[in-house]
Write a protein that binds this ligand. Structure first.
Ligand SMILES: Nc1ncnc2c1ncn2[C@@H]1O[C@H](COP(=O)(O)OP(=O)(O)OP(=O)(O)O)[C@@H](O)[C@H]1O
Length: 310
């Protein structure tokens, strides 16, 4: 369990994390989301004692990270996969870490196997691809068999097989009753990996809810409807609470009515339908809607224009 209470971090005039309070519960995967610069990494660093809060506090299993006598057994963290001595082999890197906590060699070989690094374990980390580096970072996080895992963008650089592997790994760790906090900018992956989401925007918590509630609360589901009489259908459906958008000459997207209601109204007016598909809102849509006012770095009309808002 991770508990943050009025957690705040300022760097000079910049408030990176602004008075946030949240709990990350065991037994589920909690996704940690937010636009670039929202304060996710700063929060994660404070959880593992790499940054000191300006105000407030954060504990892991009831204690500050530094107060745990054996922190690697308590919390495993992947914060920066590149923060590794590049001249060492993966195996030696893990052995050195293990030695600080009297973790047996056997466990080092277990995590090498678990993360699929057997064939490169004796190779210099400096020559690793981004994906292999991520796997090594995950291996280091798992070394102490900790109850709590904090993974900052673990799927960054992984190929599809690796992404799927991380998904099943974190889901199985949570199913064992562990606490898992995971950040990623890949919404489609977060939607299938996380149970719960904490969303930051400009250093504040803007959502703390189950994934389904975040999607349902922010984005409206729509209905895709195809008809040879699309224009007539659009006028039939029109009302102040219903939005109808022409996608193609015979294709409409309708929000504000469910598929059944669209079908009933069309039948009553004798309008033929060639397609009627309920479209679930995606986490990406919900997320973009939710964070719209909290994006610090926004891409302008030209992809190269970087405009700083607010
Ligand atoms: N050491 C530091 N000194 C000054 N400002 C910092 C420092 N670390 C972070 N910041 C600022 O604090 C804010 C939050 O940064 P942070 O890295 O926590 O965001 P993030 O949500 O992890 O972003 P990203 O998704 O890009 O990784 C940013 O505006 C960043 O520039």
């Amino acid at each position: 369990m991770i508990e943050a209470q009025n957690l705040t971090k300022t760097y000079g005039a910049k408030t990176a994390v602004n008075d946030i309070t949240f709990t990350v519960r065991p037994g589920i995967v909690t996704g940690f989301l937010g636009p670039n610069g929202a304060g996710k990494s700063t929060t994660m660093r404070m959880i593992v004692g790499l940054d000191r809060p300006t105000h407030g506090s954060v504990t892991v299993n009831g204690r500050h990270y530094a107060d745990h006598s054996s922190p690697l057994h308590e919390v495993g963290a992947l914060l920066d996969a590149k923060a590794v001595h590049t001249g060492r082999s993966a195996e030696n890197h893990l052995l050195a870490l293990a030695a600080t906590h009297s973790i047996p060699k056997r466990r080092v070989h277990e995590v090498i196997e678990l993360t699929g690094l057997q064939s490169v374990a004796r190779k210099r980390v400096g020559g690793f691809s981004l994906g292999m580096g991520q796997r090594l970072g995950i291996a280091a996080a798992l070394l102490g068999d900790p109850q709590t895992l904090i993974l900052d963008e673990p799927i960054n650089g992984l190929d599809p097989e690796g992404v799927r592997w991380v998904r099943s790994l974190v889901r199985s760790l949570a199913a064992e009753g562990r606490t898992v906090l995971l950040s990623s900018h890949l919404m489609s992956e977060m939607a299938v990996t996380a149970d719960h989401l904490i969303v930051l925007g400009k250093g504040r918590v803007i959502a703390d809810a189950a994934v389904a509630d975040v999607i349902g609360g922010a984005a409206r589901a729509s209905v895709r409807v195809r008809s040879p009489q699309a224009s007539v259908l659009a006028s039939t459906l029109a009302s102040p609470d219903v939005t109808v958008t022409h996608v193609e000459h015979d294709l409409l997207t309708v929000t504000g009515l469910d598929a059944g209601a669209v079908g009933d109204l069309a039948a009553r007016s004798g309008i033929a339908l060639h397609e009627l598909t309920p479209m679930n809102a995606s986490l990406e849509e919900a997320y973009l809607q939710l964070t719209n006012d909290d994006v610090e770095y926004r891409t302008g009309s030209s992809a190269r224009d970087l405009e700083v808002t607010r």
